[in-house]
Every structure is written in structure tokens, then in C-alpha cells.
Design a protein around this ligand. Structure first.
Ligand code: CDP
Ligand code: MG
Length: 745
């Protein structure tokens, strides 16, 4: 096996674990589709075929009855239909369907808001793409974020007048809201990976749509590699790649010969204005500029880009406060990943016209870069661009992974400006001087070049791609990052010394969490704490738990202290989870409990869902759910040992108590215990969940451990003195400890 050319035989080998014959698998897929849905879909298809006898594609007849549900359409259906039919994607459907029919892969480029995400799947349904080789199959729409996944599915359900989870549904990390009836399945990238584990050729689908491919997320890039091979095995499978920018040549050339269709879109002129100098405090400058635009510019909504979620909340507060006395009302609405769907929907709604003295209200949407392409808000006339974005960064040498704020790319800057000119001529206010752009990258660097690849590599191994170094990547990741990932998996026991996936690796790949957390869950029964490990895993996979309102800082800190466990932040999280469940069990108001204690109710609900979903998988892979008796003095030590079993690669040793400075054992990197920790003292040894980079490199979520556990739990030799960095005091300490143990026999 040399180079990157993949043959059908190789594919056969890659997927050789999949022994079930194709016909049988197809029958499984078929029987999964509930018969009533299948019948309805087939009848619909027959009707469509009768209508489409001519050469040209014709739209199916619109009757007053919904063919999916049998109900009569409401007036809102026709109202939305009329709006949909005016979208550029709708106008391009003839050409689009012709290209779909004649090609296996199609790249389609269209400006944000042209109807790619919401209209094309419906156009494919209307054209009967849900029936393939005489079977009912689903159309898959892959989105880059959970937010985009749920938002798109919800919108289409509204347009089609069906319930979410019936004919249209969505699958995210811990939640599956689809049924056997679902003809349109909106899934996250990660969810499609998990489906591929069960169904390697993705036979439940007739068409797979990858949305926002220009974003080049790490997961999307790996999916592009996998799908290229699946396509060779399944010539009938169609792949549609959607992009909001023309910078997709790399992706297009990955699929040789794939045509590119550009959806024509009418845009207006946009006037771009720069500041003279860079703004020192971009948040203040952004709020000031927004108010200025609001008071001096004619009608039209404003879109403001900020990199941080909490800055967005803060900016909304500041704007509301500043605008109280202004004659025209200002309605500030946030958009970022992690907000509830209802709030997102609100940002889409037009600003309400007010009755009485004030005629109009101006809407200001304050957003992260999700509003750059994935979620397109109508009626924006003014864009205020800070020129910043928060993105993933990873250094495989120090193993430091962080979200950092960096300048956007030139393409992004252009894209943001264009959003001001979708409905009429607009203006873009850039809070940076024109010359600043000369140093910016032309395009965003593919995420795969700056990501921790541990999870991805485990997935590929599990799918049978043994030689990950020669995998058909659109852009190959750095060899160092690949080596790091293989090393970590080997240390965790997920792959053996020959690089083959182990039983532990198989189990870990089934759990939708990082391999370290997965390992901790797998070791739970051994340490008699699988229930507690599960609760901690759920909390670690949730949203930030602690609310920190600006006007109640002290009260929030006091509340947090009530749950603090002196041995560490993981145990504090466990306390919070237990307290929350106790409230519910006792019939108390959990919402009130959370509000009183400055705990995010959304984080808690998210953790509950995650816990339930992980528990089902743990049981299905044969892990026993056990606990140590709470009165037993080993109750907490067992949990701490279990943490080490997953996170022994993330252990730090105290170097300076005064500065709360620690060193990472292998890398020698200095890291500081974050002031938000619930640890009351500075323990000599810590296991930690993550590092975060701001003014310094901080340890977030750390728990005290005993050094002797390291030898009992980690693979033998992992903590040998010569493998510890020379700069680390841990080297001598562990050496002494080992000698003592040795002499004691
Ligand atoms: O994917 P693309 O950016 O090409 O467009 P889209 O997301 O399909 O959106 C098409 C139109 O539907 C736009 O005018 C959106 O503003 C609108 N839309 C909406 O009103 N509410 C949603 N939840 C999603 C889209
Ligand atoms: Mg879209």
C-alpha cells in the first residue's frame, strides 16, 4: 500500500470487519424504515415519477395536503413557501438537479442566505432522491456545529410542517431526535463518524450533503477522506459539498472531476471604513461604534462580530444600558454556540415595530463567527468587524491545546463585509487600520493542522484505516501531531505496540467523549466507582457550570464555595451534580436551586442528557455500574484513582507554592493552577482535565493525587525517572519513591 491512491481491493480490506453481505445489510436498513413511512415515501415517489416524464424537471404539484403527514397545509406554509421560492438556490434548481443526476460529486457555492442549507435538501426530496435502487433511504445533511444542526432541522420542519424527529430530525453528540421515518437527517460531523462505525458504507443514505466545507474543520477533512472511499464502493451514493465561499479548490480537486456550480446571487455595493489605528480595547470600541451607527445612520439592522461568548453577553448588556435614553429603541440579541435554540431563533426574527411614539426598533445582532456563514441573518445593513476570531490551537510538542483569539483571514474579512450588502447597499465598519490586513493569512488554516488528533486517529483505526499516515487527507496534518496521537492512544492501551486497535480501543471508540475520559469510564468498575466516574464525565462534557454575573461576583464565589471539595475540582463537580439530582428527587424546584447557587441550569440539563446517553453505551459494552459505599473511607480515593487511570498523561508536580506553579512531567512546561480552582491548598501532585491559555498557561479542573498511584495505574515504565523532564522536581521525587518501593519489596 503506497501513496494515497486507494483501490477497491484496499477498500474491501479496510472494511473487512464488516462481514455482513450487502443485500442483507440493505434489508436491515429497509426494515428499519417503518413500513408506513416507507409506503408514504414510495407512493410520493411514484406520483413524482408520473409528473416527471418529460425531459425537463418539473416541480411537483403543490396540493393543499401535506404528502408527508396527510394534514392540510396552514396559511403559514404558503407564506414561507413564497419566501423560499424567492431564494437564489430555488432559482438554480434545474441546473442543480441536472448536475446531481450526471455526477456522483457536486460542489455548490452560494453566498450565505442563498438557501443552500434549508432549500437544497427539500429540492432533493421533491426530486425523489430519498428513493434509491427501489429502497427508501435518507438524505444526510452534515453541519459543522451542533447549533447549525439543530437550527437547520428545526427551520425545515417549520417550512415542511412536520414535527422535529419525524420526517426530519437531528442527531448530535448525546441526542438522537430522528426516527425510522426520517427522510432528512441533520447530523453533526461527529455523529456521522459514529454512524459509520455501525454502518461503514453509510447504506442508510442515498445522498450525503456536507455543509460549509470551506470552513475545513478537522472532522470535515477526515470525513472527506472516508467518503471518497465509500463513494468508490457505492457508485449510487451522491455527495453534495456546499460552500459559502469560492475558496474551495482544494476540496474540489480532492474529488477529481467534480463540477462546481455557482448559485448566482444579487449583491449590492458595500462601503468599507477602517479606523486610523488599532483599537486597544476592542469591546469598548465595538459598543461605541454600534451606538454611533445606531444614532447617525438610516434604517437597517446591525451585525457586530466579537470573538468571545462572554464578551457578547457583556456587549449586549452594555448596549441595552447605553440605548435606554435614545429615541429609537435598540434591541440587542446574542448569537453563539451554547445558547438555547429559542434565543437563536429570536435573533432571526425581525425587530418588532413599536406602536405609538417610536416607529421603529433597530436590531443589533452580536455574534461570533457562526454568523459569518452558518447562520445567516436577514436585513443586515451595517456590519461592525473587530477583525478577531477565537479558534482552536494545538502544539503537539508541549501537548498544549487551547482556544486563542487571532486575527481573521482576508477571506473572512471580505465575507463579513459582504453580509452588509445582502438586501440593499450597506456599510462595514472595521475596527482596525487597512494596513493591518497585510499580515493576515489569505485563508484560514485548515483546522487539522492545528488540532489534537487523538480522537480522530482512534476513529480511523476503528474504521479499519490502519495506515493513518497515508490516509487520503485533503491536507495532511503534521507528522508530529499524528505521532503524538498514536503515542497517547498507545499509552492509554487503545492501540498496541504494532498500532492495532485493542479491546479497550474498541470500547473507547464507542463512547462519544475524548479517549482519556473514555478510558476513565472503562476503568470505573475496577476502581468501584463507575457511577461517579460517569457523573464526572458528563459534567466535564457539558457547558461551563458556574455563572459569574458581573454584578454578583461575591455571591457567586460564596455559592461555589458551598460545593467545594478540598481534594479537587472534579470532586466539586460531582458534588454539584449530586446536589442537583437530590433537589429533583426531593421534588424541589431545580431551576430555583440553580439560580440561587449561580449554577447554569443548561449545563446541568446538558450533563443529565450526556449521562443518560453514556450510561446506555457503557452498559451495552458490558461495563458494570458500581459505587463504593459513601461511608467507606475509600469512596473519594477510589474516584481519584479512577481519574488517574484516564488522565495519567496529564499529571503535574508542584514547583512553587507561592506562585501556584506546577510543571508537566514529560514536557517540563510550567503551568499555573487557575485561581478559580476549588482546591484550598496547593497539593504536591495534581491530575488535571485541561489547560487554558490566557495571560499564562493555566491548569483548569485539577484534583489532588498520590504519586504512588502513578506506578500502580499507569503502564509500567511510563513514570520511569529517565522519561521525566530534567527541569522537573518530579524526576528526583519519583525516583526516590520507586527505590523505596523496590527496597520494601
Ligand atoms: O445555507 P445558506 O446560507 O445558503 O441559506 P439558508 O440557511 O438556507 O437560509 C435561507 C434563508 O432562510 C435566509 O434568508 C435565512 O435568513 C432564512 N432562515 C430563517 O429565516 N430562519 C432560520 N432558522 C434559518 C434560515
Ligand atoms: Mg447554510
Amino acid at each position: 500500500m503506497e501513496g494515497t491512491a486507494i483501490t477497491a481491493e484496499m477498500l474491501q480490506q479496510l472494511y473487512q470487519t464488516d462481514a455482513q453481505p450487502q443485500a442483507e445489510r440493505a434489508a436491515d436498513v429497509q426494515s428499519n424504515m417503518q413500513s408506513n413511512a416507507a409506503n408514504a415515501a414510495l407512493q410520493w415517489q411514484q406520483m413524482l415519477q408520473q409528473m416527471q416524464m418529460g425531459e425537463e424537471y418539473e416541480d411537483p404539484p403543490r396540493q393543499n395536503q401535506n404528502p408527508l403527514t396527510g394534514s392540510l397545509y396552514t396559511p403559514r406554509f404558503y407564506y414561507l413557501l413564497e419566501k423560499r421560492q424567492r431564494l437564489p438556490a430555488w432559482a438554480a434548481r434545474q441546473e442543480f438537479l441536472k448536475l446531481m443526476q450526471n455526477n456522483q460529486v457536486l460542489v455548490l457555492v452560494g453566498e450565505p442566505g442563498s438557501g443552500k442549507t434549508t432549500q437544497l435538501p427539500q429540492i432533493l426530496l421533491d426530486a425523489g432522491y430519498h428513493v434509491q435502487l427501489g429502497q427508501v433511504r435518507a438524505i444526510c445533511c452534515v453541519q459543522p456545529t451542533q447549533l447549525a444542526t439543530i437550527s437547520a432541522a428545526t427551520r425545515i420542519c417549520e417550512e415542511l410542517e412536520v414535527q422535529v424527529g419525524s420526517f426530519v430530525g437531528h442527531v448530535t453528540r448525546f441526542e438522537d431526535r430522528t426516527s425510522g421515518d426520517s427522510l432528512l437527517r441533520f447530523v453533526t460531523e461527529e455523529a456521522l463518524f459514529r454512524e459509520a462505525l455501525e454502518d461503514p458504507l453509510l447504506e442508510r443514505y442515498s445522498v450525503i450533503i456536507l455543509d460549509e466545507v470551506q470552513q475545513r474543520t478537522c472532522e470535515m477533512d477526515v470525513l472527506l477522506g472516508i467518503l471518497k472511499m465509500v463513494m468508490q464502493r457505492r457508485p449510487e451514493l451522491k455527495l453534495l459539498l456546499l460552500s459559502s465561499s469560492e475558496e474551495v479548490r482544494k476540496v474540489q480537486s480532492h474529488f477529481e472531476g467534480a463540477p462546481l456550480l455557482k448559485v448566482p446571487h444579487r449583491t449590492f455595493a458595500v462601503e468599507v471604513l477602517h479606523t486610523q489605528e488599532a483599537e486597544r480595547d476592542y469591546l469598548k470600541a465595538a459598543v461605541r461604534t454600534t451606538i454611533q451607527v445606531h444614532t447617525t445612520e438610516p434604517d437597517g439592522d446591525i451585525l457586530l462580530f466579537l470573538p468571545h461568548e462572554d464578551e457578547i453577553d457583556l456587549a449586549c448588556q452594555m448596549l441595552r444600558k447605553e440605548a435606554v435614553h435614545l429615541p429609537v429603541h435598540l434591541d440587542a440579541r446574542p448569537i453563539y454556540v451554547g445558547l438555547p435554540l429559542m434565543d437563536i431563533q429570536r435573533a432571526f426574527e425581525p425587530a418588532p415595530s413599536r406602536m405609538g411614539a417610536v416607529k421603529s426598533v433597530r436590531k443589533v445582532v452580536v455574534a461570533t463567527n457562526v454568523a459569518e456563514t452558518s447562520l445567516c441573518i436577514d436585513h443586515i445593513v451595517y456590519v461592525i468587524d473587530t477583525g478577531l476570531v477565537k479558534q482552536r490551537a494545538y502544539n503537539p510538542r508541549t501537548r498544549v491545546e487551547a482556544q486563542i483569539v487571532t486575527p481573521i483571514s482576508k477571506t473572512s474579512a471580505l465575507q463579513r463585509a459582504r453580509l452588509a450588502a445582502r438586501t440593499k447597499p450597506g456599510k462595514c465598519f472595521r475596527l482596525y487600520p487597512e494596513r493591518a490586513q497585510s499580515e493576515w493569512p489569505p485563508m484560514i488554516q485548515p483546522e487539522i493542522k492545528r488540532s489534537n488528533l487523538t480522537t480522530m486517529v482512534l476513529m480511523l483505526k476503528r474504521l479499519g484505516f490502519d495506515d493513518v499516515v497515508h490516509f487520503d487527507f485533503v491536507d495532511p496534518p503534521s507528522p508530529e501531531a499524528l505521532m503524538r496521537a498514536l503515542q497517547t492512544l498507545n499509552n492509554l492501551g487503545c492501540i498496541d505496540n504494532n498500532g492495532n486497535i485493542t479491546e479497550v480501543g474498541n470500547q473507547a471508540s464507542r463512547l462519544p467523549v475524548d479517549p482519556q475520559i473514555a478510558k476513565m469510564l472503562i476503568e470505573g468498575p475496577k476502581h468501584r466507582c463507575s457511577n461517579e466516574a460517569l457523573s464526572i464525565a458528563a459534567m466535564l462534557s457539558s457547558l461551563p457550570v458556574w455563572l459569574r454575573p458581573n454584578d454578583a461576583f461575591r455571591a457567586a464565589n460564596e455559592a461555589k464555595a458551598r460545593f467545594a471539595h478540598m481534594d479537587g475540582d472534579h470532586l466539586t463537580l460531582l458534588n454539584v451534580f449530586h446536589a442537583y439530582k437530590q433537589q429533583i428527587q426531593d421534588g424541589h424546584d431545580a431551576v430555583r436551586f440553580c439560580a440561587e447557587n449561580f449554577i447554569s441550569i443548561r449545563a446541568m440539563r446538558h450533563a443529565e442528557v450526556a449521562r443518560d446517553s453514556l450510561k446506555v453505551i457503557m452498559e451495552s459494552i458490558g461495563l458494570q455500574m458500581v459505587s463504593t459505599d459513601f461511608q467507606d473511607k475509600e469512596y473519594y480515593p477510589n474516584i481519584r484513582r479512577c481519574l488517574v487511570s484516564g488522565f495519567f498523561t496529564q499529571v503535574a508536580c508542584l514547583e512553587s507554592e507561592k506562585r501556584a506553579a506546577y510543571s508537566m512531567l514529560r514536557e517540563g512546561q510550567e503551568v499555573i493552577l487557575h485561581p478559580s480552582t476549588s482546591l484550598g491548598h496547593r497539593p504536591e501532585w495534581l491530575v488535571f482535565h485541561e489547560l487554558c491559555l490566557s495571560s499564562k498557561l493555566f491548569i483548569k479542573t485539577g484534583t489532588q493525587i498520590k504519586p504512588e498511584w502513578l506506578f500502580d495505574i499507569a503502564p509500567s515504565g511510563y513514570f520511569d525517572a529517565q522519561r521525566i523532564n530534567e527541569k522537573c522536581s518530579a524526576r528526583a521525587k519519583l525516583d526516590r519513591l520507586l527505590t523505596r518501593r523496590f527496597s520494601q519489596g
